[in-house]
Design a protein around this ligand. Structure first.
Ligand SMILES: C[S@@+](CC[C@H](N)C(=O)[O-])C[C@H]1O[C@@H](n2cnc3c(N)ncnc32)[C@H](O)[C@@H]1O
Ligand code: SF4
Length: 382
């Protein structure tokens, strides 16, 4: 195990296929419609009533066309159908979008094409239909593996359907993921550990595990639901990281775990500071043209970002990765030397406290620092 400056090296390095490459582009397709609204969710969404799917798909294709005109030389590394509930999109429409993108743009070898599916949209051939449409990675919104927790979360599927979907996705796809939410109020370590054990029994390649957050303006906030107390949340988080590392899942981002080589290429783009565009209401992107950075929001609004703004984003996103920030990439992307941007005094203090670790190429948060990541980011950027 390499040893740097007195701190144990804890940074599973992401394999070369997943490293930042400047010519690559990730495309996010947002489907903002859901069958019903979950009481904890503050993502932009609408209930799926009276919509004309074909019209929306045509609108998305013409937006993609405009982006192609702007960024014709990029290689598309990933397409992500997210939501909302993109498993409500008909398979033929998914295929239309994938065909359009792959016809116009150059495509990276091993392109990742993901779709987030909600078990409440399942029908017998749903996953096969998505695979035939071109999806090669399926992410399932399981959220919980017992009916009491699903009921508390206001989900409209039950555990039986979740298990059926899990069995189906491992049969149909080679690359799969599940989302679960932990640290529900009153949740015991025992209840969570049973769910963790069960989800591992499906041998998925990737897990996204989110601590329940009570967001303002949600039904949960209005009902006055309080999160699990911090000590217990920390206990569950530490248990989860240890348990999953024994099961060969690498903890590579605050909430994400993967079998080596199966980290989400799409989400790595956000965390590594790569370029992405977003199609659909409330979607957004980051692009760079002639060394000028832009924040783009759908349908086509571009706002210039200064190098300092971009640099701050790179710190906020990059430290979420256990691998941390690649100092050379940082400079290549925003044009500012890493040490000229961060607060050097704070960097040294955080290193002495064992919260941050520095290797010749990277700066990353230590195992214990991960619990204080927001405070660490604020100090570094102060
Ligand atoms: C935008 S949702 C899309 C997934 C899909 N709509 C579904 O719910 O099945 C992405 C993930 O964020 C997580 N999530 C959403 N709101 C959350 C909250 N308040 N606290 C923790 N996790 C949350 C859920 O695990 C969810 O699967
Ligand atoms: S959690 Fe998913 S299904 Fe539920 S309202 Fe939010 S986006 Fe829709």
């Amino acid at each position: 195990m390499p040893y740097y400056g007195g701190a144990v090296f804890y940074s599973p390095i992401i394999c070369s296929d997943k490293m930042y490459k400047p010519e690559e582009l990730a495309i996010y397709i947002h489907w903002p419609f859901c069958k019903s609204k979950c009481p904890y969710c503050d993502f932009y969404k609408e209930v799926n009533r009276n919509i004309n799917q074909n019209d929306i798909i045509e609108e998305y294709l013409s937006a993609l066309h405009r982006y192609y005109d702007l960024l014709p030389n990029r290689h598309v590394k990933s397409i992500f159908f997210g939501g909302g509930t993109p498993s409500l999109i008909e398979a033929k429409n998914i295929e239309k979008i994938i065909d359009f993108i792959t016809k116009y743009w150059k495509i990276s070898q091993n392109i990742e094409i993901s779709l987030e599916a909600n078990p409440n949209t399942r029908y017998d051939t749903m996953f096969k239909d998505f695979k035939n449409a071109g999806i090669n990675r399926l992410s399932l919104g399981v959220q919980a593996l017992n009916d009491d927790d699903l009921h508390f979360l206001g989900r409209s599927h039950n555990v039986k359907t979740a298990r059926l979907c899990l069995q189906e996705i491992v049969q149909v796809f080679n690359n799969h993921s599940a989302d679960l939410i932990y640290a529900l109020p009153q949740q015991s370590l025992k209840s969570w550990s049973q769910q963790l054990e069960e989800i591992c029994s499906f041998s998925l390649k990737h897990l996204s595990l989110y601590q329940l957050t009570i967001e303002e303006n949600t039904v949960f906030a209005r009902r006055g639901i309080k999160p699990l107390d911090e000590e217990k949340s920390v206990e569950i988080y530490n248990y989860t990281r240890n348990y999953l590392s024994k099961k060969n899942y690498k903890h590579y981002e605050v909430s994400n775990f993967a079998v080596s080589g199966y980290e989400s290429k799409h989400n790595l783009t956000y965390w590594q500071g790569g370029e992405y565009i977003g199609i659909g209401k409330s979607a957004h992107g980051r692009i760079c043209i002639n060394n000028q950075h832009f924040a783009v929001t759908y349908p086509f609004n571009n706002e210039k970002l200064t190098s300092q703004q971009r640099a701050e984003e790179l710190i906020i996103m990059g430290l979420r990765l256990t691998e941390g920030i690649n100092k050379a990439d940082f400079q290549n992307i925003c044009g500012i030397n890493f040490y000229n941007f961060i607060n050097l005094e704070k960097l040294n203090q955080l290193k002495e406290l064992g919260m941050l670790i520095e290797s010749p190429t990277h700066v990353f948060v230590s195992y214990k620092g991960f619990l204080l990541i927001d405070a660490i980011i604020a100090e570094l950027c102060s």
